[in-house]
Design a protein around this ligand. Structure first.
Ligand code: GLU
Ligand code: MG
Length: 433
């Protein structure tokens, strides 16, 4: 039996999923007419405060749920969950400036216009599931302890048409990871959004509290979101791999990467945007700390992933690069939109990525870093927001007012934390994401 209620959802600027429910029997009607939505909702921060809003109490919008995203999930304890992901439009049907899903669609379209190519994307999510027996990273014992949860999660994800590529007991305390298979970019972001919600709901139904918070304490490893990208022709030929080229990167792949690395400080305001995110993006947390491309380096902002396929064709299809400076405080739509926007700038400007670093660059001195054009990522949310505010090239890829609205939103989030110490901040994010 399906759930009696279904929710039309949006992944908003705070990276949380909000929306409105309706009787499941009204689905056809809601697909045809949409559901009303309020502009100032964009400024509800992850802590439920309302940041400065250009809309006030004025205006009306429409949530249009996409039937392709219908999730009807069976959860543990006979519970059900049904939802769809939506685009938000003005009353006349124009995409709304703060709709993260519409923004991603727009950046994907621009990428295709500029490059003639398409993108495939994979999201890897790390999260923590406290409350079970204490186990160790990567052990069979840890995997077994999580088996009831993992099986319940697999069942629930099936109801959203999502089939994970892998589930593992990650290294950190109570830490797990789910990897999704490569999909066209919009579908990948839809699945990433649904995955987080279904994981949380499965845990809640089992009396557990899952958290995707980027960092739950100062001395713990973080929960990263790693975003894998590859480039394809519209007729399905892989074009990321160029075996003879520098780091085996094709011209468009190298340009795409160079665009992201050039705009990385601003990009990070959209991919790792919480007050604890920058504390994860430091050396030796296996995340990303500098604006470098690395060959098989798990601390590079962008890592060239290894090849295991033996034949040339298999290698070309497998070859991809991984962006590591992202986390689950970001909406998957906005995070991916920032990467695609910056990558498109790289292609438009014909940039070329510097050769991949091969060493632990945190050991380099100031001079060596400067010589190689390497710099640390911004060390705080305000510094990330300043970088986005100063990057008019990246801003120009978004709806005109979005950057200011987003910066006001995130500033509101930061201000809410101003009287809190670090322990209180970690606790807040832990229970929010
Ligand atoms: N937990 C690390 C992060 O914060 C990633 C570890 C890994 O390489 O999977 O990104
Ligand atoms: Mg991992």
């Amino acid at each position: 039996m399906a759930a009696a209620l279904t929710m039309a959802c949006t992944s908003d600027l705070s990276g949380l999923v909000r929306g409105k429910g309706f009787a499941s029997s009204d689905l056809e009607k809601k697909l045809a007419n949409g559901i009303g939505w309020t502009p100032t909702n964009a400024q509800i921060t992850c802590f439920d405060t309302i940041a400065e809003s250009p809309y006030g109490a004025l205006g009306d919008l429409v949530l249009h749920p996409d039937p392709e995203t219908l999730a009807q999930c069976s959860l543990p304890e006979e519970r059900k969950m049904a939802f769809l992901l939506s685009d938000i439009t003005e009353l006349d049907g124009t995409p709304w400036e703060c709709c993260t899903r519409s923004i991603l669609k727009r950046t994907i379209n621009r990428f295709t216009e500029v490059s003639g190519l398409e993108l495939r994307t994979t999201f890897e999510h790390e999260f923590m599931l406290p409350g079970g027996p204490e186990t160790r990273g990567f052990t069979l014992q840890g995997f077994n302890a999580a088996q009831p949860f993992a099986e319940a999660l697999l069942t629930a994800l099936g109801g959203a048409g999502i089939a994970p590529d892998s589930f593992l007991r990650e290294y950190g305390p109570d830490q797990y990871e789910v990897t999704l298979p490569p999909k066209p970019a919009l579908r990948a972001a839809d699945e990433a959004t649904a995955l987080r919600e279904i994981t949380r709901a499965t845990a809640t139904a089992m009396g557990l509290a899952a958290t995707f918070s980027p960092l739950i304490g100062p001395d713990v490893v973080g929960n990263g979101v790693h975003i894998h990208i590859s480039l394809w022709t519209p007729d399905g030929k892989p074009v990321t791999h160029a075996p003879q080229a520098q780091d085996m990167l094709s011209e468009p792949a190298s340009a795409f990467i160079a665009g992201i690395l050039r705009h990385l400080n601003a990009v990070s305001a959209l991919t790792a945007p919480s007050a604890v995110s920058a504390l994860r993006l430091v050396p030796h947390k296996w995340s990303a700390a500098y604006n470098n491309l690395g060959a098989q380096d798990r601390e590079a902002a962008i890592r060239i992933c290894p090849l295991s396929a033996k034949e040339a064709d298999g290698q070309a299809r497998q070859f991809n690069f991984e962006f590591r400076a992202a986390d689950a405080a970001a909406s998957p739509y906005l995070a991916l939109a920032a990467l695609v926007a910056a990558g498109t700038i790289g292609i438009e400007e014909g940039l070329r990525a510097a050769p991949a670093t091969q060493e632990d660059i945190s050991l380099f001195g100031e001079d060596e870093l400067a010589e190689r054009g390497l710099r640390r990522l911004p060390d705080s949310l305000p510094a990330q927001l300043d970088a986005f505010g100063a990057d008019s090239t990246l801003q120009s890829q978004f709806p005109e007012r979005l950057p200011d609205i987003y910066i006001a939103h995130k500033t509101g989030e930061w201000v809410h934390l101003s009287d809190m110490n670090d322990a209180e901040r970690f606790a807040k994010y832990r229970s929010t994401y």
